[in-house]
Design a protein around this ligand. Structure first.
Ligand SMILES: N[C@@H](CCC(=O)N[C@@H](CS)C(=O)NCC(=O)O)C(=O)O
Length: 217
C-alpha cells in the first residue's frame, strides 16, 4: 500500500517531528537539502503521535514522518535516502550508476539495521539476547568496529564526499555518544565534532531548541 493523500499533492514537504526525537535526523537532512518545508509538531506529553489523524499517515504513531507530493515516508534512514534522491542537486547521494552508491547504501542500511539496535540494546539490555549468529547486528563490539571502519579514513563515509549516509550514521553516533551507549572512541568523537560544525546541523539544533520551548508553553 502506498500511502497517498489525494488532496494534498504538494511540492512543499511537511515534517512531523518532536525536537527530542529521531525526528532530528530528518530535520537535519532537510536543512542539508535546503528545500522549503513545514513543521508539524508532535507532542509526546500529550501523546498526539497516537491521534487517529496521524495514525492514518503512520500506523506506528512515530516520528519522523514526512509528506511530499502526496506520499508519506517514514523511517529516518528511508527519509534520508528519499530526500537525497528527490533533490539530486544537493549532491547528497552518489548517482545510481556510481559504484560508490554501494558503499553509501551499505552504511545507510547498516546504521539503521545494526548501529541503532546495537546501541538501543546497550542502554536497555535484553534479558535473553538472541545468539550473535542470528541477530542481524552480531555483537555490540562488532558493530562498533564496523562503524569505526565505515568512518575511516574520513572525513566522511565516502571520503571527501559528504552524503545522506553521514546524516544517518552520524546521528546514530552522536546520539550514542550523548546517551553514553557508544564507547567514546577518538574516531567517533572526531567524526561527531566534524558533523556538529555543519551549518545545516546547527540550524536544526537551533530550531529544535525553539520547538522545545514551544512545547513547554
Ligand atoms: N524506526 C523509526 C523509529 C522512530 C521512533 O521510534 N520514533 C520515536 C521517537 S525517537 C517516536 O516517535 N516515539 C513515539 C512513540 O512511540 O509513541 C525510525 O527509524 O524513524
Amino acid at each position: 500500500l502506498i500511502a497517498t493523500l489525494g488532496a494534498n499533492v504538494n511540492e512543499e514537504i511537511t515534517l512531523y517531528t518532536n525536537p527530542m526525537s529521531r525526528g532530528r535526523i530528518a530535520h537535519w537532512m532537510l536543512e542539508e537539502v535546503g528545500v522549503p518545508y513545514a513543521i508539524e509538531l508532535v507532542d509526546f506529553d500529550r501523546n498526539t503521535q497516537k491521534n487517529p489523524d496521524f495514525l492514518k499517515l503512520n500506523p506506528m504513531g512515530k516520528v519522523p514522518t514526512i509528506v511530499h507530493r502526496g506520499v508519506v515516508i517514514t523511517e529516518a534512514a528511508a527519509i534520508c535516502a528519499y530526500l537525497a534522491d528527490a533533490f539530486p542537486k544537493a549532491g547528497l547521494a552518489p548517482a545510481i550508476e556510481d559504484a560508490k552508491r554501494g558503499t553509501y547504501l551499505r552504511w545507510l542500511f547498516f546504521g539503521a539495521a545494526c548501529g541503532e539496535p546495537a546501541l538501543t540494546d546497550k542502554s536497555s539490555p535484553r534479558t535473553s539476547p538472541p545468539p550473535s549468529r542470528s541477530i542481524g547486528y552480531g555483537s555490540y563490539g562488532d558493530v562498533l568496529n564496523a562503524l569505526e571502519y565505515a568512518i575511516a579514513p574520513g572525513p566522511y563515509i565516502l571520503g571527501d564526499q559528504f552524503s545522506a549516509a553521514d546524516v544517518y550514521v552520524g546521528s546514530v553516533i552522536g546520539w550514542g555518544l550523548m546517551a553514553g551507549s557508544l564507547e567514546p572512541r577518538p574516531s567517533f568523537r572526531e567524526y561527531n565534532e566534524r558533523l556538529t560544525k555543519r551549518p545545516a546541523m546547527q540550524r536544526m539544533n537551533a530550531k529544535c531548541q525553539e520547538l522545545a520551548q514551544q512545547l513547554k508553553t
